[in-house]
Design a protein around this ligand. Structure first.
Ligand SMILES: Nc1ncnc2c1ncn2[C@@H]1O[C@H](COP(=O)(O)OP(=O)(O)OP(=O)(O)O)[C@@H](O)[C@H]1O
Ligand SMILES: [Mg+2]
Length: 265
């Protein structure tokens, strides 16, 4: 090939490579924009869900909760009156009704808090996780310890909610599936990293098989944990094997406005 033709050919190839590179760049930018839009949308759906839970929790507490409180007070007065007139048969029957009412009141308050604990908004993650450990431990006769390096420091509200929900889901799994005697919640905090670990000494499971089920969407709890963590650039790892207990670990980098302390959107 003559030298001039070779140069023209070289220039043409160079132009094509440059155009391809520019196309790739545009495509990449468009993927990044779509990914950002998707994250924003997914977070909005999540905020709406949490807001709905907050509303339901308030309705339960202020509605049925207040009614049951009034009913308990009324029954207490009838019981006192029955004792006053010496009608012990009636007093005992009313006291039984009072026990049932107080039980229903306790369940209603607990359900309301599990839907969305006001503690989480008012006092933060440490207080909410300590309460969750105590409540589930009493309910399920499981020893649950809680250890945190947060020192009651407040994080971004979304991050506090994320950690609370992942702990809640992990502990629900421990109670439902593991037959464990003890579970531990551990929160580690460095300037750049936040690590949440929920461990149990139960019978464990084949994590690879469950990962396969997750892909086929036949189980939603673990999948949901991973998806939520990814919205914040975090990662959930699950280590388990039959007979060896389970560890669920969330690792989150604390470097952006989405994870630093501030106001919720
Ligand atoms: N701590 C655990 N100990 C033992 N098995 C577990 C534990 N956590 C999860 N598993 C197993 O992994 C499976 C998947 O858990 P996942 O939370 O995704 O779904 P699920 O609890 O069955 O249903 P849900 O969608 O209501 O959460 C469980 O069915 C159970 O077999
Ligand atoms: Mg589950």
């Amino acid at each position: 090939m003559p030298r001039d033709d070779a140069e023209t050919f070289r220039q043409a190839v160079l132009r094509q490579v440059q155009e391809l590179t520019a196309d790739n760049q545009r495509l990449l930018q468009s993927v990044v924009r779509s990914e950002k839009r998707f994250r924003t949308l997914a977070k909005s759906v999540w905020h709406i869900q949490e807001e709905e839970r907050r509303r339901l929790a308030r309705d339960l507490h202020d509605g049925i909760g207040q009614t049951l409180t009034a009913l308990a007070n009324q029954l207490q007065r009838i019981s006192d009156d029955a004792r006053g007139v010496g009608n012990l048969g009636l007093k005992n029957r009313v006291d039984d009704a009072l026990d049932i009412t107080r039980g229903a009141l306790h369940d209603t308050r607990e359900l309301s808090r599990l839907l969305r604990p006001t503690l989480l908004d008012d006092l933060g993650l440490d207080a909410a996780l300590a309460w969750l450990a105590r409540t589930l431990s009493e309910r399920a006769e499981l020893e649950i310890s809680f250890q945190s390096e947060l020192d009651e420091e407040r994080l971004h509200p979304d991050v506090e909610t994320l950690l609370f929900r992942i702990t809640q889901e992990a502990l629900t799994n421990v109670i439902r599936h593991s037959d464990a005697r003890a579970a531990h919640i551990i929160v580690k905090h460095t300037p750049m990293l936040l690590i949440l670990r929920v461990e149990d000494d139960g019978h464990g499971f084949d994590a690879a098989q469950v990962a396969h089920a997750e892909r086929n969407a036949s189980s939603s709890g673990l999948r949901g944990m991973r998806d939520r963590a990814e919205l914040f650039g975090g990662r959930v790892e699950i280590r388990s094997a039959p007979g060896q207990g389970t560890v669920v670990q969330l690792t989150l980098t604390l470097d952006g406005p989405e994870t630093e302390s501030g106001t919720s959107t």
